[in-house]
Design a protein around this ligand. Structure first.
Ligand SMILES: [Zn+2]
Length: 469
């Protein structure tokens, strides 16, 4: 997969505080070191639901959990066929989890540093001492003559740990054959070793409170720059200020900034009819907590009509944003203001399109709305540390392992996420699948069109449609 840079990777680590730091020096005074995450590098905290999932995947495969208790863990989404997240502990990528859509399951992809955190109880091979240097130092494959023993559970394709007779991990890789075959082999490759980039891992216990402290000054700098931006935009554009609130973390951080910069401003919320119940609750909760009005509009009826005509929205035919968000928001603005200034939680680290977006702009579909992005330069870690610092009521879906909160039927979602939707809200998801199935039958589409998620893509047209936070 191509490496995508949306900005400088800002993630670094303090080995004294055992915490992520978004600058070269930690608040404790210690210098920080870079964390070698794959770009774009918009890492986020691993929440309890994420940790539970990662540990379950590692436990099932290796007989031991990866993320130790009391340690800060981060997840970093990387480009892949469907969904893959790197796992950062101790300032190093210690592994990844990758979703395999055809098998509807996750596989664990450990890095050698994982062995600093866990002792694999299964799916490992032990090699003779003579084979160690070439495997450890040159990334050579594990060959039949160098094999001392192999765990009987190993099947071809399995990710495995490569250990010495003394139990030291010298590499990781993928088994080429099953255990029985390997034991009978006299020559040939048993494990294809993963080329390893050496990295430093210093495990240690810390809390998110420690991480906030470690980033104290950085958070203040980002906050005051964003507050200044909001004041400048508002001064240059004397329009009624509003906050586009979606129930997600970025719009929550934006709300906190705008409130500090300008005082209370109403929330604009377009309910597409496909919001998670937690999202609607969060909108109410946030409005109540900060004493803000909610200007809400529903796009549900418009969605129904458009679906009848065109079928479900797709990544390359994303009519839903215009129909359920942009147009209704335009009507809402007409009704209340005529014209307004809206602060939106757009960030450049989200996508190429967002990176290229200006920080103040007008969407041609909603000319009566001047949009501005106070946290354009923030990474997801800035956003989270800031939300934690402010003890703001964020959407509980993040705790369950969702990393983006939008419509639960979003065609831009990967299948891993849609699987999580189906687990979290089986009733809502099956109602959507019934709707898709009716369309599939009416249009004579292939029988696996719904099940394999083919509805998410029409064909070959432009990748992204209108988008809106
Ligand atoms: Zn420190």
């Amino acid at each position: 997969m191509a490496r995508i840079y949306l900005g400088k990777i800002l993630l670094r680590w303090c080995d004294s505080c055992h915490a992520p730091v978004l600058g070269r020096t930690c608040a404790c005074g210690a210098p920080t070191r870079p964390v070698a995450v794959t770009p774009p590098g918009d890492a986020r905290p691993a929440f309890p639901g994420d940790i539970e999932r990662v540990n379950r995947i590692y436990h099932e495969h290796f007989g031991a959990p990866l993320i130790p208790e009391g340690h800060l863990a981060l997840l970093n989404k990387v480009p892949s066929e469907d969904r893959m997240d790197e796992i950062v502990v101790g300032g190093a990528v210690v592994g990844a989890i990758r979703y395999i859509p055809e098998e509807q399951r996750w596989e664990p992809l450990p890095r050698p540093n994982a062995a600093l955190l866990m002792q694999p109880m299964k799916r490992y091979v032990v090699v003779d001492d003579g084979a160690v240097p070439s495997i450890r130092d040159k990334g050579a494959s594990v060959l039949a003559p160098g094999l001392a023993s192999i765990d009987p559970a190993i099947a071809p394709g399995d990710p495995v740990f490569i250990l010495t007779k003394a139990g030291e991990c010298i590499g990781v890789g993928r088994a080429k054959v099953d255990a029985a075959t390997a034991e009978a082999m006299e020559r040939g490759v048993i494990v294809r070793t993963r080329k390893n980039v050496p990295s430093i891992c210093v495990p240690g216990r810390a809390t998110w409170e420690d991480a906030i402290k470690a980033n104290e000054q950085i958070l203040e700098e980002y906050e005051s720059a964003s507050i200044q931006f909001v004041r400048d935009v508002a001064a240059k554009n004397p329009l009624p200020p509003t906050i586009s609130y979606s129930g997600g973390k970025d719009s929550l951080a934006t709300l906190l900034i705008v409130r500090k910069a300008l005082g209370p401003a109403p929330l604009l919320f377009a309910d597409t009819g496909f919001e998670f119940p937690e999202t609607c609750e969060n909108v109410d909760r946030v409005a109540a907590r900060y004493g803000l009005d909610i200007l809400q509009i529903s796009g549900e009826e418009a969605f129904r009509e458009e679906f009848e005509r065109r079928g479900p929205p797709a990544v390359d035919d994303r009519w839903c944003c215009r129909t359920c968000k942009l147009n209704p928001i335009g009507r809402l603005i007409d009704e209340h203001f005529g014209e307004c200034l809206s602060f939106i939680g757009q960030r450049k680290y989200e996508s190429v399109r967002r990176m290229q977006s200006r920080r103040v702009w007008r969407n041609p579909s909603v000319p009566q709305q001047l949009s501005a992005a106070p946290i354009q330069q923030w990474t997801a870690m800035h956003v989270w540390l800031y939300i934690f610092r402010e003890k703001a009521p964020y959407n509980p879906l993040y705790e369950q392992g969702f990393d983006r909160i939008g419509c639960y039927i979003c065609p831009a979602s990967d299948l891993a996420t849609l699987g999580m939707v189906s687990d979290a809200c089986p009733g809502l998801w099956s109602a959507w699948c019934e709707r898709l199935t009716r369309w599939q039958e009416e249009q004579g589409l292939p029988p696996d069109w719904v099940e394999r998620g083919l509805w998410r893509r029409r064909g070959d047209a432009d990748e992204e449609g209108d988008s809106y936070n």
